[in-house]
Design a binder for this molecule. Structure first.
Ligand SMILES: [Zn+2]
Length: 211
């Protein structure tokens, strides 16, 4: 008998990527962190916008261009309002803009630490097949096997064994899927019909029901 259960994991990174920039204060390349502040400069009908970063060692600032000399009428009004009000949510999302960071820095330091919210939390006893759908709104450098191992408290070797045996499958279907960084829309299905102690150890961790 197969009782299927679905759960959604929303994965949010804790720490924004840090670009390494040649720091005039330190005299070498150092990691910079967003200050959470925007600097705007109006020039006639054109606008410059920068996100201000600070050297972690000496606090010297570096202005990362968001755009330069952009016609004010060409700027999305919602973006303009976010820039003018230093909207923390908009700025936080922008600190994860890897493409923009890579255009300015050859070295970007990323962090795998994440917060995982599991939904829905209600009980569904007796399942033998679990599907986890990942929602990843910001870029996360965490690999799929590391996320599953950390959240389910099982070893990556065990995950690989389940994958090799066909008991763990992913929607991307590629052989190296477990070692790739996670992304929105990925679905992981784990068939635990043959797993002993399933009720006790797996379900609470997978669904967030646990103590
Ligand atoms: Zn410095």
């Amino acid at each position: 008998m197969c009782h299927a259960r679905e759960v959604r994991w929303t994965v949010i990174p804790r720490t924004a990527p840090r670009p390494w920039i040649a720091c005039g204060g330190c005299g070498s390349a150092t990691p910079f962190q967003s200050s959470g502040k925007i600097r705007l400069n109006a020039n006639g009908r054109r606008l410059d916008a920068w996100l201000i970063y600070k050297c972690l060692a000496c606090d010297r600032t570096w202005n990362r261009p968001i755009f330069e000399r952009r016609g004010i009428r060409d700027i999305d009004p919602a973006v303009l309002a976010a820039l003018q009000s230093n909207d923390p949510d908009w700025i936080r999302a922008e600190t994860f803009n890897l493409d923009a960071l890579r255009r300015r820095s050859a070295r970007i330091e990323e962090f795998p630490d994440v917060v995982v919210t599991k939904d829905p939390p209600q009980e569904a006893p007796g399942w033998t097949r679990l599907t986890i759908e990942l929602v990843v709104p910001l870029p996360v450098s965490t690999r799929l096997d590391r996320l599953l191992a950390s959240e389910l408290k099982i070893s990556r070797a065990r995950l690989k064994a389940l994958h090799d045996a066909g008991a763990l499958t992913t929607s991307c279907g590629r052989a190296g899927a477990l070692r790739r960084r996670i992304g929105t829309g990925t679905r992981v299905t784990i068939d635990l019909a043959g797993e002993t102690g399933r009720e006790r150890s797996w379900r609470p961790l997978a669904t967030g029901d646990g103590p």
